[in-house]
Write a protein that binds this ligand. Structure first.
Ligand code: ATP
Length: 235
């Protein structure tokens, strides 16, 4: 579904990605793990058109989308849930969900999609009239994911969904992401510093260090790799 080939990105004179390649098969959950500043956010931003790539290609569903404007990439069914969530804090939960569907032409199905989001995230239903800015961090992350799903994307990019959340909340969120992948048939590319949970959730995994992919394979094999265990899993 997604092929990233030799992607290079620089911020001025500073090179952040040095020829990153990865592939995301349709229907799978793929994770990109790595430490602080390894290049995870930059990879996602370059895929979704928010950051210019100096070299390399992004092929999505067979189409070269490298450096297309972000709003055109979203229209192709590729949603990006950024680091820091980006919900509209002074709007209610339900208004945020409606806004997620604003570019859709099939307006009749929007109401039932909102109801389906409330089934995936019951806590959002309880709080549908509440301003997003007053939600807890975990609830805001759930809202950010639900809002992205309102686009009916085929591929969803998630930037560090566990950031700043308590372990139990992260576990719950990842369980729901697995369910969404299966039930909504949304392929997922998730970048994470929380390697343990990301490797439990994912089918395939890539490890990135200082802008280079240093390892890739089946998520279970990566989780059992001694170097990964020592560097990222802490045992
Ligand atoms: P984190 O988990 O801390 O967000 P990351 O793996 O997502 O890290 P990136 O944010 O992609 O890493 O950063 C990769 C490199 O690019 C880092 O060295 C970072 O300092 C640099 N970088 C990121 N954004 C900018 C920017 N706007 N200007 C200059 N350098 C940047």
């Amino acid at each position: 579904m997604l092929e990233v080939k030799n992607l290079s990105v620089s911020y001025g004179a500073i090179a952040a990605l040095h020829g990153v390649s990865l592939s995301v098969p349709k229907g799978d959950i793929v994770t990109l793990i790595g430490g602080n500043g390894a290049g995870k956010t930059t990879t996602l931003r370059a895929i979704s058109g928010l950051q210019r790539a100096q070299a390399g290609e992004v092929i999505y569903e067979g189409r070269n989308i490298t450096n297309l404007p972000a709003h055109e990439i979203v229209q192709l069914g590729l949603a990006h849930v950024p680091e820091g969530r980006g919900t509209f804090t002074n709007m209610t939960v339900e208004e945020n969900l409606q806004l997620g569907a604003i570019s859709r032409s099939d307006t009749k199905a929007i109401g039932s999609d909102i109801e389906r989001m409330y089934e995936h995230f019951p806590v959002l239903k309880q709080r549908y009239t509440q301003q997003a800015g007053t939600l807890s961090g975990g609830e805001q992350q759930m809202l950010a994911v639900a809002r992205a799903l309102m686009l009916r994307p085929r591929l969803m990019l998630l930037d560090e969904p566990s950031f700043g959340l308590a372990p139990l909340i992260v576990r719950d969120l990842f369980r729901i992401l697995g369910k969404i992948n299966r039930e909504e048939k949304v392929t997922i590319l998730v970048v994470e510093q929380n390697a343990q949970l990301a490797l439990e959730l994912a089918d395939q995994a890539y490890v990135i260090e200082t802008g280079r992919i240093v390892m890739s394979g089946n998520a279970k094999d990566i989780a059992n790799n001694e170097d990964v265990r020592k560097s990222y899993l802490g045992y």
